[in-house]
Design a protein around this ligand. Sequence first.
Ligand code: 6PG
Length: 473
Amino acid sequence: MNMQQYDFGMIGLGTMGQNLVLNIADHGYSVAGYDKDKQKVDNLNEQAADRKLKAFEDLATFIASLRPPRTILLLVPAGPIVDAVIRDIKPYLGANDIIMDCGNSHFTDTAMRSGKLKEDNIHFAGTGISGGETGARFGPSIMPGGDKTVYEQLAPMLESIAAKANGSPCVAYMGNGAAGHYVKMVHNGIEYALMQLIAETYHLLKKYAGYTNDELHQLFSTWNSGRLHSFLVEITAAVFTQPDNNSNEKLIDKIADTAHQKGTGAWMSQDAMNVLAPIPVIDAAVSQRILSSMKKERVAAGVNTTELTISKNVNKEAFASLMEEALFTSFIITYAQGLAMMQNASALYTYETDIATVASIWRGGCIIRAGILEDITTAYRKEPELKNIMTSEMFAGTLQKQITAVKTVLKTAIDSGIPVPAYSACYNYYESYHSAWLPANLIQAQRDFFGAHTYERTDSEGTFHTTWNQTIQ
Ligand code: 6PG
């Protein structure tokens, strides 16, 4: 075998890495893989068939097998392992080699790593990939950032392996620096919020309206063939039919109600404060995952542990149609929050991200893919300076009419003792955003009262401070 014959290298041959290697090889490229785990190396070599791919157990041999300038993709767990891999491979790398980190790395780590590697003329392209194992194998959505010329070099391969939406590949340049991983973080925050909205919908349908698993399956399937068409609604429909192998019940009723997380949603909430972007529905989704995990405290606190009585007078069909409208409306408000934050971040961190392009590459391959992203893309293309899709020609009128459905859902939920923090966050965000007046004048007065923080006036320019009537002891 000749040395330096492979077009691309992949470090990390877990399921995602392996599937991405097979996807790249299926599109006519030659790929070398590396993993410390012999079993993973053997496993990939067994699947090579007539593809131009080979997995190695020895790092030096693996790197020597790549054609310079080398392109090495990483699919290893985010965090210190990425740094350890970079440390291990760096001695073998030279000028213009490219490292493409395809994991869910924190954008600040990506910025730091690319800065350090630049000193040695090594390119570091932080790249978000979404779509899980199937996506990696047959077409993910790919969010690459960093040096644009590097992206252009890799574009033919990336476009060939990415999912296609209406014929166009779900990959595009996301912007400078750590933009790729930032966009992926925003994707994941939106993912958390859409999942929470669906979970709250399930809660109401099951506990308030008495929907059975079969009925829920039917309903979500019907919704998926309409305007709510999306990957998450589609898999939700499928979840309700899954039998449990250990009982006669459906698996959904045997799964513990404590949600886990790897932190990417929380990262988005944390950075939202830095970029001054309100994203209450994502915050609510993250908080609700944490609350769900506090099972012992919830049980001890008690009030809601007894089964709620299903309302006897619910017109199931009418309620389902209300829920569909509320969910669709809240989906739009969720994308609005996420993309508005992306716009703030792009300006602050000088990513120069094109928001329409972000929406367009989420139309296929990723976890938050949804029919509505077609219209969201169009809205941003029509008005590139758009601050928020809620005010766009495409959505303003629809939202104004349909926000009533969210309000009605909130009232029903409150009256039935069903928590709906994500719906509530969407409703209050919409109402606040559309309020020409908010009671922040009182907050300013209080700040000036106790801390001489000053305030602005409605009738004259400048900042003011008042010596307030101090009657407080
Ligand atoms: C994707 C997903 C994926 C994410 C999982 C798990 O786009 O394929 O966003 O990257 O890691 O969804 O996230 P949590 O464990 O935090 O729920």
